[in-house]
Design a protein around this ligand. Structure first.
Ligand code: AP5
Ligand code: MG
Length: 216
């Protein structure tokens, strides 16, 4: 399965990718997660990316295109992948298309998760992520059993640096300007499917499985 999850910040791309990975046995490729890991490790790429991420701006295309090209060539992508947060600009989508052609692969689906702006702000403000294993929660919609502690590994739950209200608003406008055009881009190629991302998490998952015609 070769899938793109498209959607604004907080739409549920990461949440859905994590459950799809378990059922589809293909890796989640989240450019946001890869960049955050590079920032944490202080690699040259991380140092370069940090300023853009803290401001809610996109990291330059050349950097992310390079990351994804390298990642798609790894053995675990032989049966497919779930792209989460990539592509985000038309040049990134064009680069992906070239890479897939070179690898003799074609996208099966691009799922566009559609969510109201007000809901996105509350989703991002309430999001918590495990510092140790990366599991995702929401203080209201997907709470951990014990506040601040990961159910899966007991790690500390933290808030992402770019989930401050001011940065959230910039991420939204960057999305509208640079990423939303990709909905029309993929609609033209006939692989786009829209999903109501306002539904509860399990219903969104069921809708995606329906589109992919895969049993849960
Ligand atoms: P990235 O990490 O990709 O962030 P994003 O696109 O802003 O998306 P989020 O991760 O915030 O949201 P999500 O859709 O994954 O939502 P989630 O499932 O967590 O990118 C971060 C930064 O990295 C960018 O700003 C940029 O600087 C850089 N970057 C990354 N990729 C790049 C690229 N390709 N090019 C250039 N720069 C790049 O859900 C959010 C919350 O809502 C959670 O708490 C969850 O529990 C809850 N939730 C989820 N679904 C539901 C539901 N159906 N109902 C109720 N609550 C829900
Ligand atoms: Mg995410």
């Amino acid at each position: 399965m070769k899938l793109i999850l498209l959607g604004p910040p907080g739409a549920g791309k990461g949440t859905q990718a994590k459950t799809l990975v378990e059922c589809l046995s293909v890796p989640q490729i989240s450019t946001g997660d890869i960049l955050r890991a590079a920032v944490k490790e202080g690699t040259p790429m991380g140092v370069k990316a940090k300023g853009f991420m803290d401001a809610g701006e996109l990291v330059p295309d050349a950097v992310v295109v390079g990351i994804v090209e390298e990642r798609l060539r790894k053995e675990d992508c032989a049966n497919g992948f779930i792209l989460d947060g990539f592509p985000r600009t038309v040049p990134q989508a064009d680069a992906l298309s070239e890479t897939l052609s070179a690898l003799n692969k074609e996208l099966d689906a691009v799922v566009s998760l559609e969510v109201d702006t007000e809901a996105l702000v509350s989703r991002l403000a309430g999001r918590r992520t495990c510092k140790a294993c990366g599991a995702g929660y929401h203080i209201e919609f997907e709470p951990s059993q014990q506040a601040g502690i990961c159910d899966k590994c007991g790690g500390e739950l933290i808030q992402r640096d770019d989930d401050k209200e001011e940065t959230i608003r910039n991420r939204m406008s960057v999305y509208l300007e640079q990423t939303l055009p990709l909905v029309a881009y993929y609609e033209k190629t006939g692989v786009l499917a829209r999903v109501d991302g306002m539904l509860p998490i399990d219903d969104v998952r069921a809708a995606i499985f329906d589109i992919l015609q895969v049993a849960e």
